[in-house]
Design a protein around this ligand. Sequence first.
Ligand code: ATP
Ligand code: MG
Length: 577
Amino acid sequence: MSDSPHTAAAPEHAGTAAAAKNEAPGKDFVRAMIEQDLASGRKNGVVHTRFPPEPNGYLHLGHAKSICLNFGVALEYKGLCNLRFDDTNPLKESQEYVDAIRKDVRWLGFDWGEREYYASDYFEQLYAFAEDLIRMGKAYVDSLSAEEIRAYRGSLTEPGKESPYRNRSIEENLELFRRMRAGDFADGEHVLRAKIDMASPNIIMRDPTLYRIRRSHHQRTGDAWCIYPLYDFTHCISDSLERISYSLCSLEFVNNRELYDWVLDTLGIFRSEQTEFARLNITRTILSKRKLIQLVTEGYVRGWDDPRMPTLSGLRRRGVPPEALREFCSRIGVSRADNIVEYSLLEFCIRERLNATAPRAMAVLRPLKLIIENYPEGQVEWFDLPLTPDEPEKGVRRIPFAREIWIEQDDFRQDAPKKYFRLAPGKEVRLRCAYYVTCTGLQKDAGGNITAVICRYDPESRGGGSPDGRKVKGTLHWVSASHARQIEVRLYDHLFTQDDPEDQPEGKSFLDAINPDSLTVLSALADPSVCELPPGQCLQFERLGYFCTDIEHRPEKPVFNRTVTLKDSWAKLEQKQ
Ligand code: ATP
Ligand code: MG
């Protein structure tokens, strides 16, 4: 880490499982298990994982954790990772989501090569396996309604009740199932269920539904099917067909593991193995596709890629580099214990990355005119602002300076307290890389509002250096008034006002925790050179934070998103110079 004033210290709440347990990154329980298997030869040295998104929404930070884990272990142990679309519910899925997921995984930095799979490609095989189960007497067509099936299932304390259709003959089951496929029945008229144990302590094992009738157009198979397999049947068989050795999923599937194993063992096919890890939760953030969809469709945000969204497309648009997300995922680690990660850890990773990569520039968000009364009218000087202060070889940005400049309203106070190191009547400050100036007066309008600050500059301080060892504590950023270009700046705050937006009293929802001030749009002023940047470029506006040109940014209509603030650097910068 550099000792630049812009480098934030590690946040107090690096509060993650890995940090708390002092685990070295890369040695979580999943990796420990894999290394043990590699040593013992239990899985014949095969490390084959998959990332299995359902294309029913955009990927979010939680998926990033899963992607980094699945692709990460494949890379580290010279294995393979498949990208598999778990596309068995056409009602909620679409090609738009498939395309977005492919783009986001690639952007995050992972490559699945030729290994792009779709559960829908296995529909024929899945159907054949279902018939196999029927022939083994391990599955039956049930004609109870959905409510009846639910009622018959029992509860945690009571065993379930067997369906009156449970003991249909194999022939009858085969015929009914084939007719289900052929479209002879209405949606919901029958389902195919596994025949396991209605008294199992694990409710999932009480004759789970494997297939349902649902006339719905599928984005890949069209209208070829009117029956669709359910997750618990599809997922394990897809893993098995792809010979996945490690099927890593989140903890809510713990109870499904028994069924996962039952299906593969009963069919006698390749035994993939499921291992669960804790989902990612982050303060002030929702990570549930259903709720994220609601934010989009009900207009709480401007779209899936709104920079306030925890989606990968939103974070990308906001200017978050993929390296920062990978670093975040590595720092949070992988464990079996549920926890909540502080949002500030993500911000820390973003700052750390951008501090090293974002070129510096200057802009003024809330402008106040500063007039240098002893500076020649019409004169323009060009000063060099280092693009990266720690690496002078990276070059400079040439900035015009003139008699009238804009400074930040916040950087001037008429009645300044003692410790105020910025500009005030009689006080001297440095204008970043330009000159020392001393405030000598004010201009006010008829209403008594300050319209300009009058200063005198010291020509001996050219470039911002001290002329005679004289020290000033404050350094202000600025923009030449006649050169400044108007830019739109979008500042973001958390989308939610509560650490856990889902923790709500009766009758309230996460929507009640929405922050009404999560977006502030300003008309600001900037050095003209930054307007020429292409969309998606990050930069640091000195003292204001890291920004990124929006995807809608054009030289004639410049738009900047603030990715993250600089945080503690303000005070440090004032002290250093
Ligand atoms: P959501 O609850 O947002 O709808 P999901 O699990 O239904 O998520 P999938 O598309 O099925 O979404 O997820 C693909 C993979 O990403 C799964 O293996 C899932 O376990 C993992 N995943 C989803 N959310 C998280 C999370 N918050 N933390 C870690 N992994 C996650
Ligand atoms: Mg899911």
